[in-house]
Design a protein. Structure first.
Length: 145
């Protein structure tokens, strides 16, 4: 199976979209992205097991309360903020990103939304999305009882 991760459009694309379609056409997340130009996207893997679709996001230095996770219209959206624990310094090399981030993944499987679980361990956020169980429907022939 193939997995599709939707890339976040640039702020310029969002501004152009808001001018052409009007602000009411933007989703909550698109509006959030358009307002916040400094969002970054952490490395995100999506893989499948027999019973789950798992989204694994690498974002060390966080607490469970720092994440906001939602699943709407087949989109898993993870928002958060990683704070710089040291504060303002004069960096000679800065590769670790801090501040607000967003990871958005489109999920193409039927899911049991009531059983979605998230755990944070070893610098990784794991979101387990259970696949919907196959449901067999018994066919009855009219007139037979």
């Amino acid at each position: 199976m193939s997995y599709t991760n939707f890339a976040i459009n640039s702020a310029e694309d969002q501004e152009e979209k808001s001018h052409t379609q009007g602000l009411s056409a933007l989703s909550e997340y698109e509006w959030y992205i358009a307002r916040n130009r400094r969002l970054w996207r952490p490395p995100t893997d999506v893989y499948e097991t027999d019973s789950h679709v798992v989204v694994k996001i690498e974002v060390a230095g966080m607490n469970e309360a720092d994440f906001r996770i939602s699943f709407v219209d087949r989109r898993l959206v993870v928002l958060g903020r990683r704070r710089d624990p040291v504060g303002k310094l004069i960096y000679h090399n800065m590769e670790i990103r801090y501040g607000e981030f967003l990871s958005e993944v489109w999920i193409g499987w039927a899911l049991d939304q009531s059983a979605i679980e998230a755990t944070y361990e070893g610098g990784f956020l794991f979101v387990k999305l259970p696949k919907a169980q196959e449901h067999h429907v018994q066919i009855r022939v009219a007139g037979e009882d």
